[in-house]
Design a binder for this molecule. Sequence first.
Ligand SMILES: Nc1ncnc2c1ncn2[C@@H]1O[C@H](COP(=O)(O)OP(=O)(O)OP(=O)(O)O)[C@@H](O)[C@H]1O
Length: 257
Amino acid sequence: MSVLEAHGLTYRAGGRPLVENAGFRLGPGELTMLIGPNGSGKSTLLRLALGLLAPDAGEALIDGTSVRSLSPMARARKIAYLPQTRPLAWPMPVRDVIALGRFAYGAAPGRLSAEDAAAVARAVAACRLAGFEERAADTLSGGELARVHLARAFAAETPLLVADEPVAALDPRYQHEVAQLFAAAAHAGRGVLTVVHDLALAARYADRLIWMKDGRIVAQGSVEETMTAARLADVFGVAARIERSEGALALTVTGPA
Ligand SMILES: Nc1ncnc2c1ncn2[C@@H]1O[C@H](COP(=O)(O)OP(=O)(O)OP(=O)(O)O)[C@@H](O)[C@H]1O
């Protein structure tokens, strides 16, 4: 089972640290949600952890090997990444967009092995895209397209899955469905790390939270351990009510702190 580890990651730009001394471990079986205000460094941390940015200090390792030393192909077989900025639309059928998730296995649209085709079919089913396969992706709604991008990441069937704000364009029902998909993927044995802005969703589904503020990880641990009204006020500047509901913590943000 693959493990992503980050130690002391630091990245400076524009004369200031955007990420400073950040460390975490993403292992199998856990859904970790990365939370923090706009501009706190979440996307930068993900890109450092994935080896897409070179850190000024620290390192990220997948199964003990520096991510920067892995070829893009080797990395893509270990870890699927759904970036925050995605192409708005491609004028190609949904099935082919999802099949791009299989490129690390040598697949190309129109040249899928039986294994690739089966992985694409599983991703279509998981992301509730049955019936959309032949639609041109540039005719989809924002929420539908978001699910297609998600299916592309799922189709890679990598042991690790990293997603930057995957539910931002989704309506509440699909937000929950997608969060449940991530939780199911994690509980089936993958390591899943995702940025979310909806704190109630994070409280409901995360096994672990990583809290970022001003480029630093200020807390990490379970929802129970880390989600307190004081921390929400400190990190996000909001007042919140935290209640126990059906055995889990439920969060209501009541306004600015
Ligand atoms: N190359 C760069 N040069 C200077 N500043 C940068 C650069 N890249 C990012 N930043 C700044 O670094 C900060 C962190 O950006 P980042 O995208 O990591 O934040 P984020 O927590 O993901 O934000 P959001 O929630 O808004 O997506 C922001 O203030 C951003 O403007």
